[in-house]
Ligand binder design. Structure first.
Ligand code: NAD
Ligand code: ZN
Length: 367
């Protein structure tokens, strides 16, 4: 049972196929749509150990010529050194503009391989085979690619849309449980932004989403539709796309405050705490009912995600220091901040000009 979500961005529309077994079918899907292409698969050691053989076999059976580049796992791989390695390998294999870079992995591999595909020969073909839940519902949709620099994350990159995304929902069975939950937080985010029905559905069906099967496919498909809809309404990031940052202002500050130490906090966990805080902050500002904020926290905590700063292991810096991280993350004009707030579940909005003093006293109360 494969679900197809069509994404129409810019001049080019492409398909996201979602279902179990797609890694093993990738060769056929690619050969059928892009006859005669040659491919370079970019992946990391963790993913290669469990899924590269299946992908390579599938390409081989379909008669698709391919090679593979395997990188170290982790965020550090999204940087100039590994980027140069990938570019060298693509040119060394004499791939041409019409040939394909296939990203097999999580968001790190997708962002890096997509960036290489976007600039080598001024833009090669690109196919995503996302293997983390975060990559399937978030980073593989929208066309943003890039790497980090010493000046900060995601500062160098291009928009480069894939020709095809193959989200194999069974490939997620090898993902560590903590990574799965972290990706789930981004799914919940789409419900909280503007799909209250989806949030209700997740409350009823989350166990099946975690277990696999039809509910997982449906939840990933709905998440892709949700992100694609927001991106399509705001491809250039003028406004509405900011809604995708729900929970991320607090979340990024907490990631920074814990030194990006994945043992203490992974991105999706920061987002779970951040979304809870965004709802509580909205209650404090008389925008959202306390009932809705409690429902959100109960659901996130129910699946095993952290929801409070106190859930983070070790010492956190004080409220003032957290505010400094928030101000560094966000554009600040004369002491006022932009936040994603909410009028209730599925009714989030962009709040401009929030006084920093208001944020500080909220942080003090919730520290
Ligand atoms: P990741 O790519 O590091 O993957 C997480 C971990 O899971 C890694 O150790 C990886 O090796 C492992 N893994 C992945 N799939 C696996 C599988 N099926 N089985 C076993 N292990 C597996 O991290 P991520 O959370 O997928 O992505 C985070 C990155 O995505 C960040 O760099 C972030 O900036 C980026 N991102 C990009 C966008 C975008 O729009 N381009 C959006 C959100 C996030
Ligand atoms: Zn996120």
């Amino acid at each position: 049972p494969v679900t197809r979500v069509e994404v129409g961005l810019g001049a080019r529309a492409y398909d996201i196929l979602i279902g179990p077994g797609l890694v093993a079918r990738a060769g056929d899907e690619i050969a059928r749509r892009m006859a005669g292409v040659r491919c370079a698969v970019v992946t990391d050691e963790n993913v290669a150990a469990v899924h590269l053989d299946a992908l390579a076999d599938s390409l081989g059976r379909a008669g698709v010529e391919h090679s593979a580049i395997t990188l170290d796992p982790g965020e550090k791989t999204k940087s100039f050194g590994p980027f140069e390695r990938v570019v060298d390998a693509l040119l060394g294999a004499r791939l041409e503009r019409g040939d394909l870079v296939i990203a097999l992995g999580g968001g790190v591999i997708g962002d890096l391989a997509g960036f290489a595909a976007g600039v080598v020969r001024r833009g090669m073909g690109f196919v995503q085979v996302p293997t983390s839940l975060l990559a399937q519902v978030d980073s593989s949709v929208g066309g943003k690619t890039g790497i980090n620099t010493t000046h900060g994350k995601n500062l160098v990159g291009v928009f480069h849309q894939p020709r095809l995304v193959l989200a194999d929902t069974a490939a997620l069975d090898t993902l560590p449980a903590r990574e799965f939950r972290a990706g789930y937080a981004e799914m919940v985010k789409y419900g909280l932004i503007d799909r209250p029905g989806f949030f209700d559905w997740l409350e009823r069906n989350w166990r099946d989403v975690f277990a696999g099967g039809a509910a997982r496919v449906e939840a990933i498909a709905e998440s892709c539709r949700a992100k694609a809809a927001i991106v399509a309404r705001d491809e250039t990031e003028a406004g509405e796309r900011a809604l995708l940052n729900l929970g991320h202002t607090f979340g990024h500050a907490l990631e920074a405050a814990t030194g990006y130490d994945g043992r203490r906090l992974v991105h999706g966990e920061g987002v779970a705490i951040g979304m809870t805080l965004a709802h509580r902050f909205s209650v404090r500002l008389n925008q959202c009912s306390a009932d809705d904020a409690e429902k959100v926290e109960a659901h996130l905590a129910g699946v095993g995600l952290p929801t409070r700063m106190a859930d983070i292991s070790g010492q956190l810096p004080g409220a003032e220091a957290l505010l400094t991280y928030i101000m560094q993350d966000k554009k600040v004009s004369r002491g006022a901040l932009t936040f994603i707030l909410t009028r209730g579940i599925g009714r989030s909005y962009i709040a401009k000009d929030l006084p920093a003093a208001e944020v500080l006293s909220f942080l003090r109360e919730n520290h």
